[in-house]
Write a protein that binds this ligand. Structure first.
Ligand SMILES: [Zn+2]
Length: 683
């Protein structure tokens, strides 16, 4: 027996002992992440079981080398494993947080090489024990039981806690109610809920995030990206010249929901001064200063709910989480992202690199957004519970947004998909291009176009599934359905990628299609006059004949049915501190744009590092009709003056936004758990 106790540990016992520290560290990392980063900790606990499983598997994969090290050095496997995983996690976090580069880069590999060398050196310095550590009776059993206990608890406890606040639909409703409780109540319209009617049809608003009009076959694009929208256009009014009010998610959606331009609704990037004076509600989560939509506004959802509608929203993108104030007026606001805290896990990066890329169809770990098919499932299950009541449904599809990660069924659909590109290196490419350090090559652009277009095709299929479901439920024909986008996407134009950098056509020329209830007999047509996203809300108000004085502030849009004169088409982009720091001082600027039948004016005001105007201004005018990508500026002339005058005349009239006491008071109350749960509270 005495000699037996000195024999090396058994492989199975070592396997348990090697996995246990990995599992423990994974759970600890996940819990820490949820505590530090999440605005809705209980809801985000889903990352804990995910981490437990993934790290346990990692532990199993690393068991063989750990076992070898133990046998060679005669050291207990539990301790060797703990040191190994600590070094591994430290290296991973140093590469992604310290160096801010993908793990697969030369720099990343160097860090791991150094980590490995440190481990070897440590072992060498410790020396080899002359004898294996004594084998204690039941060691393997204890390690196995410990692992089972930790894994079991991580799999069972978080879902139970999470369900405490997330009984089917409980949380979205509470989120919305709490969000609304902060602002003034919607005016009484003395309406009671009831079935849709000719006067009050169902209203469905769909935003295709990051979808530029000129890449849709419904807008004449040469690839068949949107057959569903093409068919939809045959029974809808399609606006050829629809423009967003900004080039990123929050201000554009705020315009859709309030009928106001950013200058008046205020949901935009804040200046340093505003950031100091107002509650910081978003920067810890989104690394930048964003003002959520002020609860003092009356939103489309609030107005429709007051008019007897059931209101529900299903959003795919992280910038529409309730945190940004968009939940106002929705009985049901479903902003669950798949594992919203997942991307911050160290293990996620490894999975992303080695597993997810192999099969994105099956693995959706750590997506920071919700894919269209998952979103559809959530909408369908809500639709099934609606009975006959009329509803306002808002859906935000997010598939066209980066990371351009189409499913296998469409990935190879368009030429260019097979260009040698490292998906993991995409963030680096984007950053290098936007910093002006690299000009995207033809091959890179071909690949980007093919994958963006494939995502559009996938997104269109999901839209088709939604339409089919509405038809099957008998709710399609008589519904008022609006399909649009919040902004476009640069795909190499002007040497840019992504969006939120300017206000020219690739970033702000969006699709807009409106299908009126069939019994309205509004003929399908193509409209050429410039219109804006602010016109959507007044269109719904007019069609539903809601009281004109319902909205406390005068609406700045005009009903799309109104053809008596030109619509005001204004765009605004404010300085974003994060962009300036990340991409350079040339983005320290504020841009305003104005579109009319004459052209598209961009007025660029240069700002200094402190955000104050430097006195430099630049005017650019394009003719989007003859030059849809806006590659050539129209030579200066009277057009410049008349467009600039029109822009300023309009800006002078628009009441500038002032934060309401509701917004400012979030500062004090948001410290508590109550608001953290509503989604308004920062972490
Ligand atoms: Zn967006």
């Amino acid at each position: 027996m005495a000699t037996d106790a000195r024999r090396p540990v058994r492989s199975v016992a070592a396997l348990w002992a090697a996995m246990l520290p990995a599992t423990l560290l994974g759970v600890a990392e996940a819990v820490l992440l949820v505590c530090l980063r999440s605005s809705r900790p209980l809801l985000d606990l889903d990352v804990v079981p995910f981490a437990a499983v993934v790290y346990t598997l990692f532990g199993a994969l690393a068991a063989a080398p750990i076992l070898l090290a133990c046998r060679f050095g005669h050291r207990p496997p539990g301790r060797v494993s703990l040191v190994f995983w600590l070094v591994f996690l430290a290296c991973t976090d140093f590469v992604r947080l310290g160096l801010d580069v993908p793990l697969g880069t030369a720099q990343g590999m160097l860090v791991f090489g150094a980590g490995g060398a440190v481990l070897l050196l440590a072992f060498a310095l410790l020396g080899r024990r002359s004898e294996p550590p004594p084998r204690r009776a039941g060691e393997g059993f204890r390690a196995g039981a410990g692992l089972a206990l930790v894994l079991g608890a991580a799999l069972i406890v978080p879902p139970i806690l999470s369900r405490q606040v997330f009984r089917i639909g409980d949380l979205p409703a509470r989120t919305a109610q709490a969000a609304n409780a902060e602002g003034p109540p919607a005016p009484e319209t003395k309406e009671v809920p009831g079935p849709p009617s000719a006067a009050r049809p169902d209203v469905i608003l769909i935003t295709l995030d990051t979808t530029r009009a000129d890449h849709l076959s419904a807008y004449g694009y040469f690839r068949d990206t949107t057959p569903v929208l093409e068919a939809f256009a045959k029974e809808a009014v399609r606006f050829e010249q629809a423009w967003s009010t900004s080039s990123w998610t929050v201000p554009s959606h705020a315009s859709l929901f309030t009928g106001l331009f950013p200058i008046s609704h205020g949901a935009r990037y804040k200046t340093a001064e505003e950031q100091a004076a107002e509650p910081d509600l978003t920067s810890a989560l989104h690394h930048t200063w964003i003002r959520p939509l002020d609860p003092a506004h009356l939103t489309l959802a609030e107005a429709l709910r007051a008019a007897g509608y059931r209101t529900a929203a299903f959003v795919g993108g992280p910038y529409l989480r309730a945190l940004f104030g968009m939940a106002q007026g929705f009985d049901w606001y479903d902003d669950r992202m798949v594992l919203s805290a997942g991307p911050s896990l160290a293990a996620y990066y490894w999975l992303n690199r080695f597993v997810v890329e192999l099969e994105p169809d099956i693995f959706r770990f750590g997506h920071a957004y919700r894919r269209g098919d998952d979103l559809d499932e959530a909408v369908f299950s809500w639709l099934d519970r609606q009975g006959d009541d009329r509803f306002f449904l808002f859906v935000n599809y997010f598939d066209a947004h980066q990371p351009y990660w189409p499913v296998a069924a469409v990935r190879e659909r368009y030429p260019g998909w097979d260009q040698p590109m490292d998906r993991d290196g995409l963030p680096l490419l984007f950053r290098a291009v936007m910093r002006g350090e690299h000009k995207a090559t033809l091959e890179e652009l071909e690949w980007l176009h093919s994958q963006y277009d494939a995502e559009l095709r996938f997104q269109d299929q999901q839209l088709g599934r939604l339409f089919d479901r509405l038809r099957a439920a008998g709710r399609y024909d008589e519904a008022l359905i609006i399909v649009t986008a919040d902004h476009g996407e640069n795909l190499g134009e002007h040497g840019r990628l992504s969006h939120g950098f300017s206000l020219d056509a690739p970033e702000t020329h969006v699709p807009l299609l409106v299908k009126f209830p069939r019994s309205d007999r509004v003929a399908a047509e193509v409209r050429e006059d410039p219109v804006s996203l602010v016109d959507v809300l007044p269109t719904v108000v007019e069609r539903l004949k809601l009281p004109a004085d319902l909205f406390p502030r005068p609406l700045q849009g005009t009903s799309l049915l109104d053809r008596s004169g030109p619509h005001v088409v204004l765009g605004e982009l404010y300085r974003d501190q994060w962009r300036v720091e990340r991409f350079g001082e040339r983005f320290s600027r504020q841009i305003r744009s104005f579109v009319d039948a004459e052209g598209h004016l961009l007025e660029i005001t240069r700002l200094g590092p402190d955000g104050e105007p430097t006195g430099q201004k630049e005017l650019q005018v394009f003719d989007p009709r003859s030059d849809p990508l806006e590659t050539k500026q129209v030579p200066g002339g009277p057009g410049y003056t008349s467009l600039r005058d029109a822009l300023h005349r309009w800006l002078e009239k628009a009441p500038a936004y002032k934060p309401s006491s509701w917004l400012l008071e979030l500062d004090r109350s948001s410290q508590g758990a109550e608001l953290a749960e509503t989604g308004y509270g920062g972490p």
